[in-house]
Design a protein around this ligand. Structure first.
Ligand code: SAM
Length: 244
């Protein structure tokens, strides 16, 4: 049986996870998810791959009952340090190890769906999500459209710095390592003022709309819509599926 792999250092390393939010910048991408929560009238949510908890905290602040799930302890530590964190139930692990629930809605923001490289692990994850939703509940997640070829922009030199009160200036570079579709590998490097350099290598899987539909159908979901991400038109699939 294939096991989920260890999350990338940018999420799981104690020195890197606290940098994630600053380099991620504005999270306008999360607001459409909140609109979907309202649209569906959901009250109980699970946020899978919640990372540093930005969406879970946004929803909890609006009064929703939220469970945030992520295997990266360093990211959950960041989430836990934020105002309102006591309102969220955090689970360190995968959705398969998360407590049973009959939630109204499961979300995966920030292209979490692409971290599941093997079909076996992706199907097991979807099945575990289905088990934790009530009948008629919903799953919404985004994934980059292969046709938008995001990796081409990742091949362009990318370097930026951010100042952190406790650290000083940290420089971040991104480098495309390999395109071997459907897998794309890239590296984030972080240079710290004390001279240390930490790399975080990532691999993402790009699935077609048909592959996503088939996986959802096989896992107890019916696709009700494939939408755009309003902040990234033409670049993302946003799947909205009902638990049947
Ligand atoms: C790109 S981040 C997105 C984080 C967050 N959803 C956001 O929008 O900021 C991907 C997240 O997926 C998490 N992850 C990796 N493997 C996972 C797995 N098997 N199950 C759930 N989450 C996982 C990582 O730890 C990381 O926090």
């Amino acid at each position: 049986m294939q096991h989920p792999r260890t999350p990338d250092p940018i999420f799981a390393d104690e020195r890197l996870a606290p940098l994630y939010d600053a380099f991620e910048g504005d999270r306008a991408d999360l607001l459409p998810y909140l609109a979907i929560v309202h649209e569906l009238g959901a009250r109980t949510l699970i946020d899978i791959g919640c990372g540093t908890g930005e969406f879970a905290l946004l929803a909890a602040a609006e009064g929703y009952a939220v469970q945030g799930i992520d295997p990266a302890r360093a990211s959950l530590n960041v989430a836990n340090s934020k105002p309102g964190s006591a309102l969220v139930r955090w689970h360190e692990g995968t959705v398969e190890t998360a407590p049973a629930s009959r939630s109204d809605l499961a979300v995966m923001t920030g292209n979490v769906a692409q971290v599941f490289l093997e079909d076996e692990v992706w199907l097991r994850t979807l099945a575990a999500i289905r088990e934790r939703l009530r009948d008629g509940g919903h799953l919404v997640f985004e994934a980059r459209r292969p046709s938008a070829r995001a990796w081409e922009s990742w091949a362009e030199p990318h370097e930026e710095s951010r100042a952190f009160p406790s650290l000083g200036l940290v420089r971040h570079c991104r480098e495309l390592l390999e395109v071997d579709l459907p897998l794309v590998r890239f590296r984030h490097s972080y240079a710290f003022p004390d001279g240390s350099l930490i790399n975080s290598d990532s691999t993402l899987r790009f699935r077609s709309e048909g592959e996503h539909r088939e996986a959802l159908n096989r896992s107890g979901f019916e696709v009700v819509a494939v939408r755009e991400a309003p902040d990234r038109p033409g670049k993302e699939f946003v799947f909205l599926a009902t638990a049947v």
